[in-house]
Ligand binder design. Structure first.
Ligand SMILES: [Mg+2]
Length: 347
């Protein structure tokens, strides 16, 4: 298998800079203005101050007081996202869109996959003026970490073994799904690098972290991952989720994240749905979903966010939360964008 992960560089900020070129080179943050607002994207200049996505906007302003705050304009991001995703589908038949600004592509059928991805990146730049980073590997995990390794405008191709070698000295926290708390617990065991983690006996990890997380940690450290793409044709729901860098215990902060996720989800929704669900993973890896079906299909962020908040309040997580997600399902009609002919073509 050959999987690519394409990730637009600082997407929301980059779209804003296209229409406000005078802000180029300055620290810019796209975030709401309320007291509980969360940063959606920060420019690379702002990131130098330690500002990052999913950080409370108030904290970002403390870290980088000079940052220029722009409220998110999801309609604009969605329009550019459509343009980008259409280009992806022009180049590659099998595409899994995982957000407004990122997608996995199955390159298995291509004769010259790396060259095809370079052409795609050039086409995106020509059409939108925006830059993207690409990672290519045998599975989604390698591709995802590779796309992040040399941002912005990165282009990194790795085998699984190559990924193990390249990131052997990196913190385990480099890998998605291994958060700071786990990193701390690993450090207490003397495991401070991915290489060290990859060589730890599974039994030892399972004793400390439990059967599932122990197995999962080892697999991630060895860059084993899924190469299965979820194609749009079979999509019966659309969702957005975030794993936090630090487990979130504060309810108001949880709610702010849920609102942001609902905004982002609805911005990318291709059709309204009647079932709204949340997914909550606690710091002990307990994972629950709660769903509600409403009378009329909606793609309205206020409605989706409102139901999601209700569901969260009703569940009232008893422990700090490591992951939150929002899902919309129960679509009445097939999405107009789904093009059966495109997916039916053999590779
Ligand atoms: Mg991105």
């Amino acid at each position: 298998m050959k999987i690519a992960h394409l990730d637009m560089d600082a997407f929301y900020v980059s779209v804003e800079l296209q229409r406000r070129p005078e802000l180029r080179g300055k620290p810019v943050i796209v975030a709401g203005t309320g007291p509980r607002a969360v940063v959606t994207t920060a420019s690379y200049e702002a990131r130098k101050f330690g500002v990052g996505s999913a950080m409370p906007a108030a904290r970002a302003r403390r870290l980088c007081p000079a940052a220029i705050n722009i409220p998110p304009d999801f309609a604009a991001y969605r329009a550019v996202s459509r343009q980008v995703m259409d280009l992806l589908r022009d180049h590659v038949e099998r595409v899994e869109v995982v957000g407004l600004d990122e997608a996995y592509l199955d390159l298995s059928g291509l004769v010259a996959p790396n060259a095809a991805m370079r052409r795609l990146v050039a086409d995106i730049r020509r059409a939108t003026g925006l830059s993207a980073s690409v990672g290519i590997g045998p599975n989604k995990l390698v591709a995802k970490v590779a796309s992040d390794a040399e941002k912005p405008a990165g282009f990194v191709v790795l085998t699984r073994e190559g990924a193990c070698a390249r990131f052997a000295d990196a913190s385990p926290g480099l890998v998605p799904g291994i958060g700071p708390k786990t990193v701390e617990r690993l450090a207490a065991l003397g495991i401070t690098t991915l290489g060290r983690l990859a060589q730890t006996p599974e039994a030892a990890l399972q004793e400390r972290f439990g059967t599932n997380q122990g197995r999962d940690l080892l697999a991630r450290a060895r860059f084993h991952g899924s190469a299965q793409l979820t194609l749009e044709r079979v999509a019966v729901s659309e969702s957005r989720e975030t794993t936090f860098n630090t487990d979130v215990a504060d309810r108001a902060e949880q709610e702010a994240h849920l609102r942001r996720l609902s905004d982002e989800l609805c911005a990318g929704l291709k059709r309204p749905g009647r079932t709204i669900a949340i997914k909550v993973r606690l710091d002990d890896w307990t994972t629950v979903t709660r769903a509600r079906t409403i009378a009329e299909a909606t793609a309205d962020a206020h409605v989706v966010g409102g139901v999601a908040l209700d569901l969260l309040r009703a569940y009232a997580p008893a422990r700090p939360v490591r992951l939150l997600g929002v899902r919309v399902a129960g679509f009445d009609a097939p999405a107009p964008e789904v093009d059966a002919g495109q997916l039916a073509l053999p590779l």
